[in-house]
Design a protein around this ligand. Sequence first.
Ligand code: SF4
Ligand code: SF4
Length: 118
Amino acid sequence: MMACSRTWRNTIGFEKAALKVRAYHGVEGAFSIRACYGCIDPDCARACPTGALTPRKGGGVQLDESLCIHCGLCIEACAPSALQWDFSTRIPLPCRHCGVCVSFCPNHVLEMMEVDQR
Ligand code: SF4
Ligand code: SF4
């Protein structure tokens, strides 16, 4: 999360990352990771009423911040809760699929892979 926010938002902070690591309360050492699946036909983009969020070639989405009206419908539409929200600017934080977070994970939990979504 820190590698992502530093790379793309020029700040080091959990709240600006395009992926999220959550701890399971009450279970020591148990975490879940929410990262973009790179959908070919993304629900988040279909839910966007202004065209701010659009499908990206090869999967995932891209954001035109100038068109965003901060409605949050894209966040609600993402079934795996992978699309993250910037609470200070009230815009989504779409993943760029750059792989930086993968290279910073010391335990090789994250991996970039191509999946057949047909
Ligand atoms: S918050 Fe912005 S990007 Fe998300 S659905 Fe609303 S207008 Fe589209
Ligand atoms: S692939 Fe890049 S943009 Fe996506 S979560 Fe990892 S560091 Fe952030």
